[in-house]
Design a protein around this ligand. Structure first.
Ligand SMILES: Cc1cc2nc3c(=O)[nH]c(=O)nc-3n(C[C@H](O)[C@H](O)[C@H](O)COP(=O)(O)OP(=O)(O)OC[C@H]3O[C@@H](n4cnc5c(N)ncnc54)[C@H](O)[C@@H]3O)c2cc1C
Length: 500
């Protein structure tokens, strides 16, 4: 038996690649995961400052689907249970911050000083969001038919089940869910609330990781998507990214799978529309019956497969996938006395403020008044900075990273004036760093924007939404396919349903 031949090769050890590998290895397949970096995890990693202080450089927080945790026995592979959820805090200049606890009754009490009416509506809003997130979760779990291509009854069966699930949600929730998707986050929050501070707090969730403002159509969808990914308003598992993907890697190995790091795939081997294996950067050839790419679709097809191996119309559609990274990260190492409470803190004073922050990205500029999301883990303060577009109209990212640091500190100093004096070191990650270090094309966090025209059977492109590709034996399973975006693992698990 050729030792360099596998049943399945998975390209990329992000969480989706690891989930796919673990399921296949559990089925008894001979599986090899190839990762270009020296560590596994993709965007879900924990790294360290020079003094050894750990921090999560990329991903802020979230959770894997509970069924994946159970199927892969991740608790026995080191996965810690999701910790108690910390509050979501909208920072206010007068220090009377809006502190929204996960308990809707406590959150309603906190809303009362801002608006009695909004406090009375909070419970209903949370109920609707939980229901909407549940429906979206079912949709992400459903294999999409390849509309408008090759639609067969077998492929359409999942859609039937999804339709039934929608119907079971009840007429009112079903209609409100469908209505909410194309709405703006502003409109959706205005249906429930009158206080600008409450509306902006809710709307800020819609724009996290997306190049969208709260006044853009489709931000209703991203609001529900992010609520689903977080399981509510605030993040869980902050500072624990590496533990999640390490548990997945342990599961892969325990089921007999192999993982190789510092093993960059240079080329996917294709012979007349059939995939044969991969070639690594060092020239090594590895063969497999099935190759699954957890790398984003643009990089997979345009760089690894190569346009000459693909139908021209398909290439054109892949080139048209919207990748619009506009997030930078700033991590502050402090002396420990940063004075920032635990939780998910946002600088989102009004919907107009958020929309203006986004306006800058539309014109290729770094937002001077950014939307910030702040989390802490020990003595490290992590700042998620929006908007900082990958494609700058003027300037270059190599020069602009210091600017990001200054703007983030200036915006936070309004709320924590002593913070700057507590910083001992810092690390900025620009959209260009997301591309070069983390292999995210154009710094796009979700391997392609989550927009209504890149959603359901249109993700990654219409006609190719069920993990298959025009190349026989080559499949996709990263965030750029349906089910992906965020760290649920749905895309990695769903590909296994397609494979015999
Ligand atoms: C700044 C930022 C913040 C985010 N915040 C959140 C959040 O708060 N909540 C949330 O749910 N989601 C968040 N996301 C999105 C989420 O992290 C991603 O959608 C998800 O982690 C992608 O996982 P993946 O496994 O599909 O791909 P990735 O994690 O991107 O993994 C792909 C892997 O493939 C490897 N690779 C690439 N090319 C090759 C090659 N040629 N050969 C071998 N290996 C290769 C890469 O090195 C990488 O390890 C965030 C993302 C970013 C960037």
């Amino acid at each position: 038996m050729n030792p360099n031949r596998y049943d399945a090769i998975i390209i990329g050890a992000g969480h989706n690649g690891l989930v796919a590998a673990a399921y296949l290895a559990k089925r008894g397949r001979k599986v090899l995961v190839l990762e270009r970096r020296g560590i596994v995890g993709g965007s879900v990693v924990t790294e360290t400052f020079e003094d050894g202080s750990p921090y999560d450089p990329v991903w802020t927080g979230g959770m894997l689907r509970p069924d994946i945790v159970k199927d892969l026995r991740l608790a026995s592979h080191g996965l810690q249970p999701d910790p108690v959820r910390k509050p979501f805090i909208s920072l206010q200049a007068d220090s009377h911050h809006l502190v929204l606890d996960a308990d809707p009754l406590k959150a309603a009490e906190a809303i009362k000083p801002f608006s009695e009416k909004d406090a009375s509506r909070w419970g209903e809003f949370v109920r609707f969001m939980n229901k909407a997130a549940y429906i979206l979760d079912v949709a992400y779990d459903t294999l999409m038919p390849r509309l408008p291509k090759d639609f067969s009854l077998r492929e359409g069966y999942g859609l039937l089940e999804l339709g039934l699930e929608l119907r079971l949600a009840g007429r009112k929730d079903m209609l409100n869910f469908i209505r909410a998707l194309p709405m703006t986050a502003q409109e959706l929050s205005e249906e429930y609330f009158e206080s600008e501070i409450v509306k902006a707090a809710v709307a800020s969730l819609a724009i996290h990781t997306h190049t969208l403002g709260p006044m853009e159509a489709g931000s209703g969808y991203t609001l529900i998507h992010n609520w689903l990914n977080r399981g509510g308003l605030s993040h869980v598992n902050v500072g624990k990214a590496g533990g999640i993907t390490q548990a997945l890697a342990n599961a892969v190995k325990s089921f007999g799978g192999e993982i190789r790091t510092e093993a960059e795939v240079e080329r996917i081997q294709v012979d007349t529309y059939t995939c044969k294996g991969v070639v690594l950067k060092n020239g090594e050839e590895i063969f497999a019956d099935t190759v699954i790419s957890a790398v984003d679709p643009k990089r997979t097809f345009l760089d690894l497969v190569g346009a000459p191996n693909l139908p021209p119309e398909f290439v054109w559609k892949v080139q048209s996938i919207k990748m619009r990274g506009s997030v930078a990260k700033v991590h502050l190492l402090t002396d420990g006395n940063h004075g920032i409470p635990e939780g998910t803190l946002v600088v989102a004073p009004s919907i107009k403020y958020l929309e203006k922050a986004y306006d800058a990205a539309k014109y290729g500029e770094i937002s001077e008044k950014p939307y910030l999301e702040v989390t802490t883990s020990g003595n490290v303060v992590s700042i998620h900075f929006q908007f900082a577009p990958y494609k700058l109209k003027n300037g270059e990212w190599k020069v602009e990273s210091g600017n990001i640091y200054k703007l983030a500190i200036a915006a936070l100093s309004d709320y924590f004036p002593n913070l700057q004096s507590r910083i001992t070191n810092y690390h900025v990650i620009t959209p260009l760093d997301l591309e070069t270090t983390y292999a995210l094309t154009e710094g796009d966090l979700n391997h392609g924007q989550l927009m209504l025209d890149q959603f359901l059977f249109m993700r990654p492109i219409p006609g190719w939404s069920n993990h298959k590709t025009p190349i026989d034996n080559l499949y996709l399973c990263g965030s750029g396919v349906h089910g992906g975006g965020g760290v649920s693992g749905a895309a990695g698990r769903n590909v296994v349903k397609v494979l015999k």
